[in-house]
Design a protein around this ligand. Structure first.
Ligand code: ADP
Length: 396
């Protein structure tokens, strides 16, 4: 059984084609600049060099066609016909309150994804375009939607409700939804397996630290709280997102800078976070470089980032009345030992203690706690594509 996993953005389409017998990635790739001049497909068939082709991709249907061609072509294809694609798993960002688990896509599900599009206007419409392009080209192949929000549907109302007039929740479903759910769930399960424990008996805090970043409290395998909210803007300081702030700042900036509401929200989404504070970059690697050169602002930016993560971990230890493991994942969490160490330095009171030698690692599963730590600290690489492929396989 071979599963195709798609992550469709407004102008890009990332994909992995996975043999689910042994969970081997047969081909992974990305169609970039869809609908823009200079569109390009880049893919890597298993065990081969990366291939780059400039092709004309005016829309997502064309991108899906080129993607399929990358799997089937004579030179470096990994299958002979489209029939060998058993199922397609789609990452869908927002499932609203309608979806608490992966779901086979039909017209009703499509309408529901469309129905919550105003909660994720940049993502859901793009996800739907990918779904429809696949349906057009593979009408008999089952399509599955795996939602970023689904894992968090176990969060209790006292935690997901904002302290706003209740009518806004009733009328507009304004509440915390949370994102990165597929990643948090996968990493929590891997953590329990890695430690040889039953996830039912564990309290885990997962820190998904990438360009987008969120923290999740997972008790007995269920999400009980998470830092992103109605949209991915809430919570930690991120690559370009502000994360938490006093909502009155929105009006204040609008007045002082003469910006519209939409423009301020764009500033909070695209010009803030690490990029905004440092005025250097949204890529943490650039900040690392600047810190090595003694750049004060870069140091301040990272300090601000670390303490925000630590505050959420402290809060979530309180929410769960304890914690067994603090886990780091995603680009930064997996690769940056300084970030892990700096965050853990705040957590001594919980019983977190780092072994610096063990922490000197990248992108591998590792418990880097000191021998006398009473709370484990770990690196567990995430794999959202594999999680989506597994969920798809299970359903079809
Ligand atoms: P997203 O999926 O949200 O775009 P990622 O999980 O890919 O984000 O993480 C991106 C961030 O992780 C970047 O800011 C980058 O600095 C950091 N990162 C990624 N790879 C590495 C690496 N090999 N070494 C250090 N930092 C890395």
């Amino acid at each position: 059984m071979d599963v195709l996993v798609l992550n469709c953005g407004s102008s890009s389409l990332k994909y992995q084609f996975i043999d689910m017998e042994n969970e081997e990635v047969l081909t992974m790739g990305i169609c970039d600049r869809i609908g823009i001049d200079g569109s390009i497909i880049t893919y890597t068939p298993h065990g081969k060099e990366k291939i780059k082709k400039e092709v004309n991709m005016p829309d997502h249907k064309a991108a899906v066609e080129f993607m399929i061609e990358s799997l089937i072509n004579e030179e470096d294809g990994v299958i002979k016909s489209m029939d060998e694609i058993t199922a397609v798993g789609h990452r869908v960002v927002h499932g609203g309150e309608a979806f608490s688990k992966p779901t086979i896509i039909d017209k009703v599900v499509e309408a529901a994804i469309q129905g919550v599009s105003d909660l994720a206007p940049l993502h859901n419409p793009a996800n739907l375009v990918g779904i429809r392009a696949c349906e057009a080209l593979m009408p008999n192949t089952p399509q599955v939607a795996v939602f970023d929000t689904a894992f968090h549907q176990t969060i209790e109302k006292k935690s997901y409700l904002y302290a706003l007039p209740y009518k806004y929740y009733k009328k507009h479903r304004i509440r915390r939804y949370g994102f990165h759910g597929t990643s948090h769930q996968y990493v929590a399960k891997r953590t329990a397996d890695f430690l040889g424990k039953n996830i039912e008996d564990m309290k885990i805090i997962v820190c998904h630290l990438g360009n987008g970043a969120s923290v999740c409290a997972i008790e007995g395998g269920k999400s009980v709280d998470t830092s992103m909210g109605l949209t991915p803007l809430e919570g930690l300081a991120m690559g370009t997102r502000s994360g938490d702030l006093d909502p009155a700042i929105v009006q204040f900036i609008a007045q002082k800078e003469g910006l519209t509401l939409d423009e301020v929200i764009t500033v909070l989404n695209k010009e803030s976070g690490i990029k905004g504070v440092s005025e250097i970059s949204n890529d943490f690697r650039d900040l690392e470089k600047a810190i090595a050169e003694g750049n004060e602002r870069a140091i301040l930016t990272m300090d601000l980032f670390h303490i925000r993560v630590a505050k959420y971990i402290g809060a979530y230890a309180a929410v769960m009345n304890g914690v067994d493991a603090v886990v780091f994942t995603a680009g930064l969490g997996e690769n940056n030992k300084v970030v892990r160490k700096e965050i853990c330095n705040y957590l001594g009171f919980l019983g977190v203690k780092v072994d610096d030698e063990l922490n000197n690692c990248r992108a591998i599963e590792r418990d880097f706690s000191a021998a006398d730590a009473t709370v484990r600290s770990l690196v567990i690489p995430t794999n959202e594509e594999l999680a989506i492929a597994r969920a798809t396989k299970k359903l079809v």
